[in-house]
Structure formats: C-alpha cells, structure tokens
Ligand binder design. Structure first.
Ligand code: ADP
Ligand code: MG
Length: 299
C-alpha cells in the first residue's frame, strides 16, 4: 500500500480584495494563490521557491490555518482542516508548527527565551510543573545547539542565528509532524545560513518530521529538499524531485532561478551566466503536465 501524505492541498486559491465600490462590492481582486495543489509525505521536505510576491507566504499561512482559502482544501494526516477553527484546531496545532523568517518578531521581547520555548509545553499540558518544564526546555536547547544556561536571557541578548535556533526549539517542542519554515535563513548572515540548514537536516534525521521549506532562491534548497515546487504569480509552474528539476529544468522561470544560484565551484561559477525571464501570462488552459515520473510542468 502506498503510504499516505502528511499534508495534501488541493486547488488552493486565495483572493485579496484590493478595492471596493460605494456599495462595498469588490471591484479589484488580487489572486495571490491560484489553484495550488501539492502533497508532502511523512519525513519529506518540499521546497517552495519563487520571487517575492509570488504567493509563497500566503500558501504557508493557508496550510497553517492562519488564513482561509477562497477555494480549495487542506488535508493534514488525511483530515480536512480547511474549516476548522478554535478548539477544533488544537490537536492539529500540536503537530503542525511554524518557523518564521524573523525570529525577533516572532519571540516576545519581554519574555525569557526559555519561557517562550516552554510555553507550548504547558499550553498543551505536556509538562506538569515548572521544574519539569525547565528540564524539557534545557533538552530542547541542547537539541538545537544552544547552551541551556542561556534560557533565562531575553531575545535581544542573542545573535540572529541563535534567535533562529530558539524559534526552531519552540517549533519542535511538541514533536510536530510538519513544520512550515517561511524563509527561515533569509535574514541571516550567509556564514550562518549553512549552520541553520544543517540543523534542519539533523533534526529531521532525529525526529522524522516533514518540512514545507519556503525560500526565494534555489541556493540552499538543493541541499535540504527532496522535492521542489517553483511558484510564479500565485501558481506552481514546475514541481519535481530536486535532482530532476536541477538537471532538467523545463519551465523558463525555473531555468532563470537556477542560473541565478551561485555554484560552489570557482571554475563553473566564473562562467555562470544569468538567464533573464520575462513572464508571459500562462495560456488559459495551462495545467501541470507530468514530463517524467513526479516531474510536473505548467504548460
Ligand atoms: P511571497 O511570500 O511569495 O513574497 P506573499 O504570499 O506574501 O508572497 O504575497 C503574494 C501577493 O499577495 C503579493 O502581491 C502580496 O502583496 C499580496 N498579499 C499578501 N497578503 C496580503 C493581504 N493580507 N492583503 C492584501 N494583499 C496581500
Ligand atoms: Mg513571503
């Protein structure tokens, strides 16, 4: 039997109303996410890549149930969660976590970081006492490569990379099945980015969770993601196994993205040429078509 996906999204669409007439009727809508479908298997990493404004964060928020789709469904562990809210979402929240781009804005500046990391544990009744919570948090700190003695400090006392480790500790506290990571390394120094990517890889090895990893370029995606989906103007234009997409990119936008990613080989980097891409609207009947097993291209 084929294993079941941890996450499945079907025909996900999100319109934002940009202006209304005198009577409150929408006169201009922006389709931020347009008929997006994909699935993620347990323990798998799917990269969601595309330029700024292509709809990646909106897709992530829809998956996390932080926003409601205009159309389409989100299924988590086979359960439709699209309409769930409030208490009905609690069991899902435990297994579906988020890491944001800017850990500074996602951590409460007036809360000791150990409290921030431990909060989900007490909220979900995983720990029964403060002492138990501190033990648990110390363990989480070690898991993400932080000295547990730092747990009584405040967010501003840490570097960007350390803060992102704190954000990750909080996200893994409840042993999630899926983490949506929205550009978690974009704000970090290049020298720190690889360390955080390695942390994501190590944690996945140890804990087996799946990732939806959002990035605006293909740089690190290659090392982290089993499959990659390329987004352009709200649509997925190409999706497939990472090796396959890098070896044989079919959509001109994917080619442009690959040509923009630095190559860690000085000789090849010296002769790398960037391809430009002028977006043209897809044909009205454009759909994802399978060009080889699991490799889909919008055409
Ligand atoms: P990305 O994460 O790929 O940069 P986003 O999902 O943030 O893209 O945004 C996609 C499009 O939707 C952009 O044009 C953005 O301006 C618009 N958008 C996102 N959120 C809102 C919102 N709450 N209200 C209106 N427009 C929005
Ligand atoms: Mg974004």
């Amino acid at each position: 039997m084929k294993p079941a996906p941890i996450l499945q999204v079907d025909g996900l669409t999100r319109d934002f109303v940009m202006s209304r007439n005198l009577f409150g009727k929408p006169t201009h809508k922006l389709r931020a996410v347009d008929d997006v479908s994909f699935s993620i298997m347990p323990g798998e990493t799917l990269g969601l890549v595309g330029e700024s404004g292509s709809g990646k964060s909106t897709t992530g928020r829809l998956v996390l149930r932080l926003d409601d789709p205009t159309e389409g469904q989100v299924r988590f562990e086979g359960q439709e969660i699209t309409g769930l809210r409030g208490p009905a979402l609690r069991p899902v929240r435990k297994k579906l976590q988020v890491v944001f781009q800017d850990p500074y804005s996602s951590l409460n500046p007036r809360m000791r970081v150990g409290e921030s990391v431990g909060e989900p544990l007490s909220n979900h009744g995983v720990v029964k006492s403060r002492a138990e919570q501190r033990d648990h948090v110390a363990e989480l700190f070690r898991k993400v490569g932080l000295d547990p003695r730092f747990m009584d400090r405040f967010p501003h006392q840490f570097s960007g990379g350390q803060r992102q480790r704190i954000g990750i500790a909080r996200a893994i506290a409840l042993g999630p099945k899926l983490i949506v990571a929205d550009e978690p390394i974009t704000a970090l120094d290049v020298s720190i980015q690889a360390q955080i990517i390695n942390l994501f890889l190590d944690l996945q090895d140890q804990m087996g969770m799946a990732y939806l990893f959002i990035a605006h370029d293909l740089g690190m995606v290659r090392y982290l993601c089993h499959r990659v989906a390329v987004m352009l103007r709200g649509r997925i234009v190409e999706m497939g196994p990472t090796d396959q997409v890098f070896a044989d990119p079919r959509h001109p936008y994917t080619r442009a993205l690959i040509s923009a990613a630095p190559i860690p080989d000085p000789d090849r980097e010296a002769v790398r040429t960037r391809l430009s891409y002028e977006p043209t609207p897809p044909a009205p009947d454009a759909a994802l078509r399978e060009v080889s097993i699991g490799h889909w291209v919008l055409a």
